[in-house]
Design a protein around this ligand. Structure first.
Ligand code: NDP
Length: 329
């Protein structure tokens, strides 16, 4: 028997989440059984834990947790053997499939990535999907020609999970990082991570009035979307790129094509869920190399399974700072 956070729906449609004892026979099919060490709390986990499952969870009872890291216990797939350290993000695990808020998980071998040298299961979940996606965003900006000499890079939603890791990675790589936050009290935290300038959310989340403003940012990692992304597009330097990661401020993009046509701005879509294996491996190796572990420690808020219903609501309210590290044991 082992413990998991089980979300159940009663006949009246009321959804409740509680830590329950499960057996291996309760787990779904898959080639690899993993003893989970850590999971975390991402924005999507907040949605999955919400009363209607955020439109993502279709079947109850359900075990949420969109990512986890742990040790292989059994594998019928040659790529993995007992004792291997692995990480899982994406593939709709924790949404359509049972996820990481559990001491054991059974999953497809295709969904796993072996942990790179130098990264523990604890480090991997301190990074989590949010941090892994921040790394994908930085890689996409680099692939489109961003270098530190090109100028300041903007990070929106900077005190959140994606933003905190993006700030730390970019700072470590020698970039000037302008961090946008709606929480002025996080300025010291962001500066310690690597931000060289703090930008107030209010300066950027007004509706676009002019399609082009002065050329300010060489690149941007955007976790917010909506009006803020629209404003940022008009402030990009000639040929600069924005990596669109999230929608914490809205899914709409109320802008025009002018920044693309007159300034050659690139809008790069970042998806972490269906990334091919080779790129996942490349991103985790880059995390191990380019994210200083002391910076990672400063971002961590520890938690246990029973804290998750509260933390799910907090992340949807934009109240989680940095990364939550869930010790499921
Ligand atoms: P967090 O809640 O940790 O961070 C989001 C941050 O955005 C908040 O901390 C806050 O930062 C800012 N924010 C919140 N609400 C607003 C608002 N109304 N207007 C402007 N800024 C706001 O979430 P994550 O970092 O985990 O995820 C960020 C986004 O990225 C989410 O939308 C998530 O779904 C998406 N995502 C996408 C992935 C992909 O594959 N594309 C993978 C992972 C995440 P501050 O307080 O500093 O202002």
């Amino acid at each position: 028997m082992f413990k998991a956070l089980l979300v159940e729906k009663d006949e009246g449609g009321t959804v409740t989440a509680a830590v329950k004892e499960l057996s291996e026979a309760d787990l779904p099919h898959g080639e690899v059984l993993v003893a989970v060490d850590y999971s975390t709390v991402n924005y999507k986990d907040g949605l999955c834990l919400s009363p209607n499952g955020g439109g993502l969870v279709r079947h109850y009872p359900h075990v949420p947790g969109i990512d986890f890291a742990g040790t292989v216990e059994e594998s019928s797939d040659d790529r993995y053997a007992k004792g291997d350290k692995v990480v899982l993000t994406g593939w709709r695990v924790g949404e359509a499939h049972w996820g990481g808020y559990s001491q054991k998980a059974r999953v497809k071998a295709d969904w796993l990535v072996p942990l790179p040298e130098g990264l523990s299961t604890r480090d991997a979940m301190a990074v989590g999907t949010a941090g892994f996606t921040a790394m994908l965003a930085v890689m996409a900006l680099e692939d489109h020609g961003l270098t530190p000499e090109k100028g300041e890079v903007l990070v929106t939603g900077a005190a959140g999970g994606v933003g905190s890791v993006a700030t730390a990675i970019l700072g470590h790589l020698g970039y000037q990082v302008a961090a946008v936050t709606g929480r002025p009290e996080t300025a010291e935290y962001l500066t310690a991570l690597g931000a060289t300038r703090i930008v107030a959310r209010g300066d950027l989340n007004e509706t676009v009035k002019r399609p082009l403003e002065s050329e300010t940012w060489a690149g941007c990692v955007d976790a917010v979307g909506g009006d803020m992304l629209a404003r940022v597009l008009g402030q990009m330097k000639y040929g600069g790129s924005v990596a669109a990661v999230g929608l914490a401020g809205g899914a709409k993009l109320p802008t025009s094509v002018v920044p693309f046509l007159l300034r050659g701005v690139n809008l790069l879509g970042i998806d972490s869920v269906l990334q091919p294996f080779a790129n996942r491996q490349r991103a985790w190796a880059r995390v191990a190399r380019d994210l200083p572990m002391d910076k990672l420690s400063a971002m961590i808020q520890p938690a246990v399974l029973s804290d998750l219903p509260r933390l799910g609501a907090d992340i949807l309210a934009g109240q989680v700072k940095g990364r939550v590290l869930v010790d499921v044991n």
